[in-house]
Design a protein around this ligand. Sequence first.
Ligand code: CAO
Length: 432
Amino acid sequence: MATDVVLPELGENIETGVISKILVKKGDQVELNQPLVEIETDKAAIEVPSTVTGVVTEIFVTVGDEIQIGQKIVTIDGAANEAQEAVVKGKDDSSQVEPTSEETPEVETPKLDKDQKKAEEPIAVINSGVVAPAAPSVRRFAREIGVDINQVPGSGPGARISMDDVKHFAKTNRSQVGALSGKLASIGQGPLPDFAQWGAIEKEPMSMIRKKTAAHLENAWRTVPQVTQFDQADMTDLETFRKKYGPKVEQAGGKLTVTAILMKMIAGALKVFPQFNAAVDMASEKIIYKKYYHIGLAVDTERGLLVPVIRDVDQLNLTDISAALSQIAEKARNGKLSLEEMRGGNFTISNLGGIGGTAFTPIVNAPEVAILGVSRSFWQPTYVSEGQLEPRLILPLSLTYDHRVIDGAQGARFLRWVVEAIEQPLLLTLGS
Ligand code: CAO
């Protein structure tokens, strides 16, 4: 019996993947769960396993192809029993999407399971049961209109999501619709002129990360009315502290950087200013205050900008944060971050100071409501008392926030609080 193996549901807004390796050839005998191809998504590299044992009779993809969920990868001629085994295994998994009685899936799309992920790559979250219960046609419709099916509340039995649920969600959550789809997000951009008429040009396809970043930021820019405020902190004493205790922190596996220190301070600030630790739900006209303190960090990688999240920063000491930051930045640069490690942030820190620059205006990483930009510290002669100049190390900070939920005065107070915490860290211990 011939079985088509297709690109399975990967969850978490992933719609497509690019074939980076083909691991079998026509005529190969393959086993159930044997990796067939490797694909790269915007988040991670994933091996797609065989759903049956048999012989590869057709390969429909080549390296570099961008393929959709459900698209055929190979055909395998094999034992029917094995195919059933793979499907049954999928059904036993409670995270599987069960087809409705009146509608069968267009394609067999078993989810990857933990055994099938690439070694060391934390793909398990893709298979961690986050797939929403919905018929394939509903999932497809959601994808087409740029709705993340996992965000849609289902009104059916077992919270099953219907077509109407998706339409209702799209109507009431316009700000979240389209973020998934570069095409939708870019509505409004007129046709470009032919640049070749003025000189030589070269066209390069956008990488997956570039596409997602572009769509996400365009959506944040269009939907969040944002304001940026600037301030400066005298971090001379903090720098002395950093130099003194850096080696000790290094022994524990971290690097005591400005970023790590700021992360701790931001966790403190978020407790004092809960509106910065919130999300705005315009559909229900509610502000959602989060009672946890997960902070994202913008990391510049060869593949593009990634924002891993450190959880419960308020409960970590500086040594823990430094170690966590070193590990997560390393993972980001090596393409080893899991989706879970990039989800659930409440606030983002973007430190460009290691590169340079005097100031910049970061874009709010929606649905978060604020982001701190950090530029390069510099020595400046400063009057420390009347007539007495001293060289002081100044750190430029910029805070961008969602003006729907945060007023200008609150923005200024928040940033002042951070500046004072940098200048007098003991204030943090006062708790207000
Ligand atoms: N001012 C002056 N120097 C700074 C600095 C600052 N604000 N921030 C970092 N540095 C220095 C560090 O002290 C370090 O110097 P030494 O090697 O002499 O100690 C050097 O720059 C490199 O820092 P780092 O990268 O090791 O550590 P970090 O925690 O400061 O930064 C990270 C980590 C992940 C924030 C950074 O590597 C990075 O990727 N930054 C880019 C973020 C980005 O792209 N943002 C834009 C997103 S769009 O808004």
